[in-house]
Design a binder for this molecule. Structure first.
Ligand code: GDP
Length: 473
């Protein structure tokens, strides 16, 4: 590879390595310093690809305020299992997309766009639930602008409803409550609203600021109102992007298609993605061979908040990977290879991520860290509440402990996912992590700590928080 890039003979490079005391074979990897030495020996110029180079290509130009144009909001639907997330997504798609377009066949590409009665475009992510939301966030892609929290009116606030609320709050994404199944005789929307109060979600009906809409995914009742509520929330957010620049987007889903090769659905976040564009996406790169929209049609380009299937990748990226258009293919390939190497090194140094000690060390480097995020799982509600209360007392104006999520029961994969996305440790009080959670935690380097005495837990967190504090002084 090195010989190839320098346009020198492989034998000459191997010989030069030998002269420097390195017995390398043709396919052996050599470190960067050695490579630099050899390159200079051949009289070529060295350009090292570094984080800074990658940053340069990716951040490119700052958008000027006058170049920014309004863009549609991106919405994720979350809520407890069986409360109607999928039904609601289907109902919105069916009534709002197919009806308008004669014979239009909707494609499931991971996201779709609809228009409200007033002609406002909304982009919905097609994967309901917070698992996808969190895993995307942990990979650095925050695509969701608004969360629709679905709560079934014949049920009430359930554990996953609470998780969804905490995920939205952790990501600082505004919420709209859809009280679903309002068609059912047993529907009790008032109970949903009062239940939500306990989780600090105060809906408009309760004189709060969170919009709430009664809907039925089955009869279609309230769907227009829900879409209007979303449009209103979007207006408040003043979402903008610059369509006249090289595209940046996030992978919503990706797979290897037998006929078409690697295919990724990308939600464009800024700029416009065009056929023929060269790009890097995570550890992969490529050239846009074709773009296909959510109606299965070939399109030439996709602007901000538009989801499209992208063909022309060299490999399959992962959901949450960020796509950036680059000027040259060499640039795209170099960044992809650089990232693959960094990822490999990271995997090799596994187990290093968010331990309490590392949070403290990180805080010492980063003056802005004044919040210590944590997750708490306990055996009974009383303990969970006592711990949360104790945590809230720790800290002062400069530093505080933020409980991202607290709950009752074993530590699960979802807990670890949320912890990873926010760089938080997980505390188990008289509970353990299940096997799946332990595996994920090991893999991602999320720290799980077990306690059976509240004071011990409080002391440890205090120590960590004062680590953050002393840094401020
Ligand atoms: P998810 O797990 O949150 O995605 O929930 P689903 O969309 O799969 O819905 C769970 C069940 O509730 C299904 O049997 C749906 O038919 C039913 N359901 C969903 N929405 C409504 C509704 O508005 N009214 C009634 N009566 N049933 C609904």
């Amino acid at each position: 590879e090195l010989a190839n890039r320098m346009a020198e003979r492989v034998g000459d490079v191997v010989k030069s390595l030998m002269n420097n005391g390195i017995m390398a074979t043709q396919n052996q990897s050599i470190d960067a310093d050695t490579a630099e030495l050899i390159i200079e020996e051949f009289g070529h110029r060295v350009t090292r690809v570094s984080d800074a180079d990658v940053e340069d290509v990716i951040t490119a130009v700052e958008d000027k305020p006058e170049d920014l144009k309004p863009r549609p909001p991106v919405i994720t639907i979350m809520g407890h299992v069986d409360h109607g997330k999928t039904s609601l997504l289907d109902a919105i798609r069916n009534t709002k997309v197919t009806a308008g377009e004669a014979g239009g066949i909707t494609q499931h590409i991971g996201a779709y766009q609809v228009q409200t009665k007033d002609g406002v475009t909304l982009s919905f992510l097609d994967t309901p639930g917070h698992a996808a939301f969190t895993s995307m966030r942990s990979r650095g892609a925050q695509v969701t602008d608004i969360v629709v929290l679905v709560v079934a009116a014949d049920d009430a606030v359930m554990p996953q409803t609470v998780e969804a609320i905490n995920h939205a709050k952790a990501a600082k994404v505004p919420m709209i409550v859809a009280i679903n199944k309002i068609d059912k005789p047993s529907a009790n929307p008032t109970k949903v609203r009062t239940d939500l109060l306990q989780h600090e979600v105060i809906v408009e009906e309760m004189s709060g600021e969170v919009q709430d809409v009664e809907v039925s995914a089955v009869t279609g009742q309230g769907l227009d109102e829900l879409l209007e509520a979303i449009a209103l929330q979007a207006e408040i957010l003043e979402l903008k992007a610059n369509p006249d620049r090289a595209a940046q987007g996030a992978v919503i889903e990706a797979q290897l298609d037998v006929g078409r090769g690697p295919v990724a659905t990308v939600l464009v976040q800024n700029g416009t993605l065009r056929q023929g564009d060269i790009f890097v996406v995570g550890e992969q790169y490529g050239k846009v061979r074709a773009l296909i929209n959510d109606k299965g049609e070939r399109v030439k380009e996709a602007g901000p908040s538009v989801p499209v299937e992208v063909l022309g990748l060299n490999g399959t990226p992962e959901a949450g990977d960020v796509l950036n258009v680059t000027e040259t293919e060499a640039q795209a390939r170099e960044i992809a290879e650089y990232r693959a190497n960094v990822a490999k090194e990271k995997r090799a140094a596994a187990g290093a991520a968010t331990t309490l000690e590392q949070l403290m060390a990180k805080a010492k480097e980063d003056e802005n860290v004044s919040e210590l995020p944590i997750l708490v799982k306990a055996d009974v509600q009383g303990s969970a509440e006592a711990i949360v209360q104790a945590m809230e007392k720790i800290g002062n104006d400069e530093v505080r402990v933020r409980v991202l999520h607290s709950g009752v029961g074993a530590i699960t994969e979802t807990d670890v996912g949320l912890a990873e996305a926010s760089g938080a440790p997980v505390f188990g009080f008289n509970v353990r992590a299940n096997k799946a959670a332990r595996d994920v935690a090991n893999q991602k380097g999320v720290e799980i700590r077990y306690y059976s005495v509240i004071y011990d837990l409080v002391d440890d967190v205090k120590a960590a928080a004062s680590g953050l504090l002393s840094n401020e002084i």
